[in-house]
Design a protein around this ligand. Structure first.
Ligand code: DAH
Length: 347
């Protein structure tokens, strides 16, 4: 053996390694040069045959060659494209990776469910602007400027947006603004379902600054409170199931006369108002309010171009999130807007 042989082997190994572009081929070269029966070990075995004065130098060079080959193998391995590493093996019996499957947000699900229930009894879903004029949101609904009832709607007004006849621009504080727009668009008989985003300056466990309402409006001849009761009870039974009880209570809204609030038995205490001898923390009395309703005020009909002597109607406006919360016993509206998958994936 001469020392040139070691250098040649080293150079040959390095240039061979640098041309390889698959991990399996690199492994093959590693075994060929560095393996137990590899070329370098063969050289080491021959060391004994050398005269003592050359043996030390040859041993040093073999070690040096070994290190250089190891380093080249490593760096070539690191520079391989990812795909070449993946394609290295294929186990067709390995279990497949399931891509995470999403679903509609639970508010969207609820909206679809509501629309579907009302569609069956002839209510047509519509949408109106989220940026609305004061007339549609308040004044046309029998709430003139400065009327104290407006305080209930903590309204976002829009700077520098003003209509000469319809007043200031606002973010829709409730879906009731769709009532007049619908009356302008369609003559009775009409059945409208307006599901939309609403905005109010409010934020706590049961109020979000942006939330959804669904507004119903039915106008026809000879419409009475019994129709209102029947339609809303039908909806509650469809949405909550046959065992939930509902009731209506007298209330006041400017745009309906008479006006009501509509309650459903509380899911948390099962309508008892008590849990283990203590007051129910969610409803306190066994009933939960779902929203307002009433017989459309004659002034509102007139403002919508409908003759109140000839036609009557009823309307309601309820919160979408509230409905959902009362179906599943959720006590904080912020969970619905939080984007926490651990919560959202349950529905
Ligand atoms: N717009 C009312 C609110 O946001 C709810 C409401 C009450 C709507 C009575 C109606 C109704 O259509 O008749 O609080």
């Amino acid at each position: 053996m001469d020392l040139n042989k070691i250098q040649n082997l080293k150079n040959q190994a390095i240039s061979g390694i640098l041309e390889v572009n698959s991990a399996s081929e690199l492994e093959r070269l590693r075994i060929a040069y560095l393996g137990r029966r590899g070329e370098l070990n063969e050289l080491l075995k021959q060391l004994g045959q050398l005269p003592t004065n050359q043996r030390v130098e040859a041993g040093r060079q073999i070690n040096d060659a070994k290190q250089a080959i190891e380093q080249t193998l490593q760096s070539q391995k690191n520079s391989l494209p990812d795909s070449s590493k993946i394609n290295d093996w294929l186990d067709i019996t390995a279990p497949g990776k399931k891509p995470a499957l999403g679903h509609l947000h639970l508010i969207s699900q609820t909206i679809e469910e509501i629309a579907h229930i009302f569609e069956k009894i002839g209510f047509q879903r519509v949408r109106y602007p989220e940026v609305e004029w004061d007339w549609y949101a308040f004044e046309g609904l029998n709430m003139p400027p400065e009327h104290p009832a407006r305080d209930e709607w903590e309204t976002f007004f829009i700077d520098n947006l003003h209509h000469p006849k319809l007043g200031r621009g606002v973010l829709t504080p409730h879906t009731s603004s769709g009532q007049l727009r619908q009356m302008e668009a369609q003559k009775p008989p009409l059945r409208m379902l307006n599901i939309a985003k609403c905005y109010r300056r409010q934020a706590d466990a049961s109020h979000a600054p942006m939330f959804y309402q669904f507004e119903g409006l039915l106008v026809d001849q000879n419409i009475a409170i019994t129709h209102l009761k029947g339609v809303l009870a039908y909806f509650a039974k469809q949405y909550f199931g046959p065992n939930r009880q509902t009731r209506i209570r007298p209330f006041h809204f400017q745009f309906t006369e008479p006006s009501f609030e509509f309650d459903v038995t509380c899911i948390v205490c099962n309508g008892k108002g008590q849990i283990e001898g203590k007051r129910c923390p969610v409803c306190k009395q066994g009933w939960m309010e779902l929203g307002g309703s009433g017989m459309v005020h004659p002034t509102v009909l007139k403002n919508g171009g409908i003759d109140p002597e000839k036609y009557t109607g009823f309307a309601w406006g309820w919160g979408v999130e509230r409905l959902f919360m009362m179906k599943y016993g959720i006590d904080d509206i912020r969970l619905l807007f939080g984007g926490d998958l651990k919560f959202l994936e349950q529905f």
